[in-house]
Design a binder for this molecule. Sequence first.
Ligand code: NAP
Ligand code: MG
Length: 400
Amino acid sequence: MAKITYEKPIVEMQGDEMTRILWDWIKEILIEPKVELNTEFYDLGLTHRDETDDLVTKEAGEAIKRLGVGVKCATITPNNQRMEEYGLKRLYPSPNGTIRAILDGTVFRTPILIKGITPYIPTWTQPITIARHAYGDVYKATDVRVEDVAKAELLVTKADGSEAKYPVHDFKGAGVLQGMHNTDKSIDAFAHSCFNFALSAKQDLWLGTKDTISKVYDGRFKAIFAEVYEKEFKEAYEKAGIKYEYTLIDDCVARVVRSNGGMVWACKNYDGDVMSDMLATAFGSLAMMSSVLVSPDGNYEYEAAHGTVTRHYYKYRAGEETSTNSVATIFAWSGALRKRGESENNAELIKFADDLERATLTTIESGYMTGDLAIIFKADGITPKKLNSRDFLKAIASNM
Ligand code: NAP
Ligand code: MG
């Protein structure tokens, strides 16, 4: 049978360690037998980032802007220990951060649900997607230690040189202080990404902040979302039979826990950081969380939410057998291929992406899985069988 083809390349970003090994195997065993892959390739492996002084990461980000769809393998964010291990010239920033800054995107994380793996909250029968605003707040704050008695004020100097001062606190002794910000432009881009994502997923969109306490700061998020909804999305949402709702963040948490899932939950930067780990764990496994970065102008970058699985890689390098879960990385590939299929009205390619995902899920549901799932899998009449990393991919291929 002729292989499936498509017109415009997708941006392929190779990564590090165990996920780098899985990456090549996924292509070899699951994709290339059926699809004539057309990619623009960027090696974001740490060694090559070092060789190119991290230029390759920026080029990859620019390429996603140009080609619209990218798929990325997990990469090492170097620390001092990695600097020594890889003999790096310097400490490079997180590639995800670099690419996010280029695309100005929102990160959406969705758990991959499987029969046999029950969430810790059993009423969650549908996935909950976290949309994390990936700019500003405490992640771009100025942190100050106050050593002794002091008066703290906030000074804002406008473009015309005029100044406004705001009291913060009269310190009677030592303490701490923080100055943080966000911008209308970034919050507006965040709102657009969220409204578009929920609409295309045909799910309700929820936003929760603490605007009763943080009236101006969090109030701005609430106001911008409301304005974007009224002006641009209300009609489409009503037509699609979905809702946009704003609630206080604490009420939002309580309602999410009582829900059946099936919504997109827009979170400020810190809330999204915390809540996405809570959700991944509650849904069963970090290895079953997919992630997509969506820019306000409609570019998509797919990846797994987990890291490079270092511990397994050291075993692999020592010649030992590994049983590393490739599901989230497979879904990154299927997500990117489906998106390219949609942009080119390519029914064959879309069907391939659907088939690949279904084969992956049925392989696990019929009892064949990696070790991390085998210990939590429970289904009547099925004894889970733990496969090694490569045999798991072969089992999926035979199910396709
Ligand atoms: P990690 O790679 O996600 O792994 C942490 C642990 O979670 C693993 O040791 C493993 O537990 C389990 N795990 C995660 N993914 C798994 C999978 N696919 N299959 C089976 N088990 C899985 O996080 P990390 O060890 O903290 O970070 C390793 C490197 O990844 C770091 O250099 C970090 O910078 C990088 N990182 C990259 C990204 C990204 O590119 N998006 C995200 C996070 C971290 P057991 O060892 O108990 O089996
Ligand atoms: Mg986190």
